[in-house]
Design a protein around this ligand. Structure first.
Ligand code: PMP
Length: 395
């Protein structure tokens, strides 16, 4: 067969995370690989009640086609919750999407012609990189430190490159690094967005999962010109299976997202939207998030303590104040893909960091997730991983 595929397909590879997750389905594997929430915290009993109520009260509507923008009462509730990240929300500026992943895909679809530049953090979220790749962009990675993207480097690129079309950032408990941007950098980013007249995509799935430290306002909260497009989701604060996320943006920009969504899938799942809305009406999501934070904080602590005790000296790693991940830098000559093969021999999995760099390189890094395994397995897994790293460093 000599079927000819679209050019964009040359750019797409199977996501490394998905391939690895297949291996980690074996129950004996201690997996730090996926970004999966703890399933034991899903509110299953509450959802049983909620779905029955939705079907009893408004079943026909929940099963019918509905508006592209999303279910009105849910849009209003999301807008209200945005107060939590310093945004005076307005339900009319919310578009419900099929997870925030869809907002990422739409962003590139709206802004990117082949060869246009997307500026992102180095490293950045692999799922965004893959979504963007379909639109054949060039990626320019901006170095990061413990305060986020380095603004002088960003300005260097913006002032010297012509076809930059959008800036993509994850300022809170970043995936993969676990780092959080300082307030100064957030303000400066908006300033540079204004100066160079660019849209800024702020992707914030983890911001509400802060275990310690002070609350930081979103980049969007400093937006004076309506150029920040804020992507949110219930995947990490509630459950990812419902696939409910949102785009929050000013009217003109949001209208583009609505047009694209209409063409892509008409609207998000009406039943999920109404179920979530009913849950928010009957229960307290903030209390639910507090429960998640208690569990994840303990898991983060045990992971970080065990790394300290049992990883060889001299490795660099981040200390996340929230979210799901920490990020480890191995000695330069250790390739984390080789390390993964050895780790899998002792039934431990993680994601090698290389694929979080859209232009490649930095193979001596890895991402460790702490949300999905119980504490005793985290301890055991990190100890095993420490031994494998030590052995590789000896060779
Ligand atoms: N952005 C980031 C940074 C993520 O880590 C994820 C999920 N891993 C997503 C977006 C997509 O989340 P969802 O589609 O489930 O809302």
């Amino acid at each position: 067969m000599a079927i000819k595929y679209a050019k964009r397909m040359n750019n797409l590879k199977a996501s490394e995370i998905r391939e690895i997750l297949k291996l980690t389905e074996r129950p004996e594997v201690i997996s730090f690989a996926g970004g999966l929430p703890a399933p034991e915290l899903f509110p299953i009993e509450e959802m049983k009640l909620v779905s029955e109520l939705v079907l009893n009260e408004e079943g026909a509507k929940a099963l019918q086609y509905s508006t592209t923008e999303g279910y009105g009462p849910l849009r209003d509730k999301i807008a209200k919750r945005l107060n939590g990240v310093g945004i005076q929300g307005d339900g009319d500026k919310v578009l419900i999407t099929n997870g925030s992943q869809q907002g990422l895909d739409f962003s590139a679809k709206i802004f990117i012609n082949e060869g246009d530049i997307i500026v992102c953090e180095s490293p950045s979220y692999i799922g965004a990189i893959n979504a963007f790749k379909a639109y054949l962009p060039e990626f320019v990675e901006i170095p990061t430190d413990d305060e986020g993207m380095i603004m002088e480097e960003l300005e260097g690129v913006l002032s010297s490159r012509e076809n930059v079309k959008m800036i993509y950032v994850i300022p809170d408990f970043q995936n993969p690094s676990g780092r959080t941007w300082s307030v100064e950098r957030r303000k400066k980013l908006v300033e540079l967005g204004n100066k160079y007249d660019l849209p800024i995509i702020e992707d914030n799935p983890y911001g509400e999962l802060r275990f310690e430290g002070e609350f930081l306002p979103s980049v969007k909260s400093f937006d004076t010109e309506g150029r920040v497009i804020y992507l949110g989701t219930f995947s990490k604060t509630f459950c990812p299976g419902l696939r409910i996320g949102w785009v929050y943006a000013d009217k003109e920009l949001l209208h583009k997202y609505i047009l694209i969504k209409q063409a892509a899938d008409l609207h998000s799942n009406s039943m999920s939207q109404r179920e979530l809305d009913k849950f928010l009406e009957l229960y307290n999501l903030d209390e639910h998030i507090e429960k998640i934070k208690v569990v994840y904080r303990k898991r983060r602590n045990i992971m970080m303590d065990t790394i300290k005790e049992s990883f060889p000296e001299g490795l660099k790693y981040t200390y996340p104040e929230g979210g799901l991940f920490t990020w480890v830098e191995l000695p330069k000559d250790i390739n984390a893909r080789d390390l993964l093969i050895k780790a899998l021999e002792v039934n431990v999995a993680f994601v090698p960091g290389g694929s979080f760099f859209p232009n490649g390189g930095r193979e001596n890094t890895m991402r460790l997730n702490f949300s999905n395994m119980p504490e005793d397995r985290i301890k055991e897994g990190i100890q095993r991983l420490g031994k494998v790293i030590a052995e590789m460093m000896k060779q």
